[in-house]
Design a protein. Structure first.
Length: 482
């Protein structure tokens, strides 16, 4: 009896051990499959949140960000989606959905607008393509070499010094001949340019926007417009020197896509499409002033400075106009026996002619026409006879630079890269707010994290359960990036 009882106990123990082993294996399979199902439900709920992007932001600017109106509902929707998949399914799994949390929301202005820059670059890579990027790079190559500009400045400085030395000698020279003076075209020219750049470029009666830009993310800048006096060589020389120092540096390769995006989606002074609200949006990206009129004037002045340099370089190679300027300078001064004075007058007249030519370039640009990158005698528009009234035969070209190209050049050199993107946010927010009252980027997340806590019931094969464990705690945490 004792031996048979021992055998029974032995086989019962073996059977229970095998049953426990099978139960543990089945529990493991159950846990593995259950975790996978819970993860699938979590990811499905998480991905569904991305569909609630801000529609106007995408339609107008090709960007994705969580709609601020949906932010407060996000956790509730994730929980409901997970509940449908896990709790309402008719299977042997048991789940209890716990707390759903939204955290680590990153807006477009975080990290110096890093997320905004990323989305813009990805969109423009697709929009422009490799050929488009190469073409734009060639268009924006700086045509005026600093050595040539310095040569023009040096000529002016040298002639001014020579004239001063000649005057200091105070020697009578019987060879000096005083001739009858002619009218100096610079007087009428200076009178015109003192009226302001906008009135010089746009025709009389042109409506100029005087609205203001609401600045939230960018930094407002004061616009300083330096005046140039074509009767003083130091004023002209300093203007040449000031604009020579500007260079693209690494901006051309690093910021080209952002610059192309700016002129693609934002309105500017030469846009043909009509738009309500802010009119000079790209000009704001460059100048950063709250006044629309100030931004337009600031951009026109900067384009004028760029064209002044290139046109002055062109005149260095134009022997006919150089000789004409020298003859005119001698006639204006009424002196033919003091060459240094005549040389100074010639250089100042050539500078004034280059400046006036640049104003005619601006008139072509704002009308949507193109201008040559570098001019020659055949496409030069302004003569000395028309300098006082700024009248000349306009000669736009088929292949050249347009107003957008000039704006792109300015965006590369005029603003800190991150500031350009922050100002874009000012414009986007203002335009979207007109259609969606209360819209703000401060709750429009480009990246966010969702955490979920889930309890999963145990399997309990044949009534056997793991001691002291009634459920498995499951925790999920993922970051969503548009």
């Amino acid at each position: 009896m004792d031996q048979r009882g021992s055998t029974t106990v032995f086989f019962a123990s073996v059977f229970l051990s095998m049953l426990l082993l099978v139960s543990i294996c089945l529990e493991g399979i159950y846990l593995y499959v259950g975790k996978g199902k819970a993860m699938g439900a979590y990811m499905s709920g998480l991905m569904s949140t991305q569909g609630n992007y801000q529609k106007e932001l995408h339609e107008n600017y090709h960007l994705f960000g969580l709609d601020p109106r949906y932010t407060d509902k996000l956790t509730k929707d994730v929980k409901e989606n997970m509940s449908v998949s896990l709790c309402d399914s008719k299977d042997n799994f048991f789940y209890e959905i716990g707390e759903i949390g939204l955290s680590h929301g990153k807006t477009f202005d975080d990290n110096e607008a890093g997320l905004l820059k990323y989305q813009i670059r990805e969109f423009m890579k697709y929009s422009l393509g490799k050929d488009g990027v190469e073409k734009l790079t060639k268009q924006l190559a700086n045509p005026a070499k600093s050595e040539e500009i310095q040569a023009a400045k040096q000529q002016l400085t040298d002639s001014e010094n020579a004239a001063k030395n000649q005057e200091d000698k105070k020697e009578d020279d019987t060879k000096d001949q005083v001739t009858e003076k002619v009218k100096d075209p610079r007087k009428g020219f200076m009178s015109m340019i003192n009226k302001g750049i906008i009135s010089l470029v746009y025709p009389k009666g042109k409506k100029i926007s005087k609205k203001t830009v609401k600045i939230t993310y960018g930094k407002e800048e004061k616009i300083k417009q330096s005046k140039i006096n074509f009767f003083k060589s130091d004023s002209v020389a300093s203007n040449l020197d000031e604009n020579t120092t500007k260079d693209y540096g690494n901006s051309l390769s690093n910021e080209l896509l952002g610059v192309a995006y700016g002129t693609k989606v934002f309105h500017h002074g030469a846009s043909k499409e009509k738009k309500d609200g802010t009119q000079y949006e790209v000009e704001y990206l460059i100048c950063g002033n709250s006044s629309e009129e100030a931004n337009l004037g600031g951009v026109l002045s900067r384009i004028l400075a760029i064209r002044f340099l290139t046109n002055r370089v062109c005149l260095l190679r134009d022997q006919a106009r150089t000789a004409e300027a020298e003859t005119l300078a001698a006639a204006i001064l009424g002196v033919t026996g003091i060459p240094p004075l005549v040389t100074v007058g010639k250089e100042l007249l050539l500078a004034a002619l280059a400046y006036g030519e640049s104003i005619l370039d601006l008139r072509n640009l704002v009308e949507g026409k193109k201008i040559p990158v570098i001019k020659d005698s055949t496409n030069w528009q302004l003569e000395f006879a028309g300098l006082a009234t700024l009248t000349g035969k306009r000669k736009p070209v088929q292949n050249g630079l347009n107003y957008e190209n000039m704006l792109q050049m300015l965006m590369l050199v005029s603003t800190k890269p991150s500031m350009k993107y922050l100002r874009m946010m000012d414009l986007m927010e203002g335009n979207i707010e007109e259609k969606v009252p209360g819209f703000t980027f401060q709750k429009c997340y480009a990246s966010y994290q969702v955490a979920a806590n889930v309890k999963m019931g145990t399997f309990g094969f044949a009534g056997m359960r793991i001691p002291l464990l009634s459920s498995y705690p499951l925790k999920y945490k993922r970051t969503v990036v548009y």
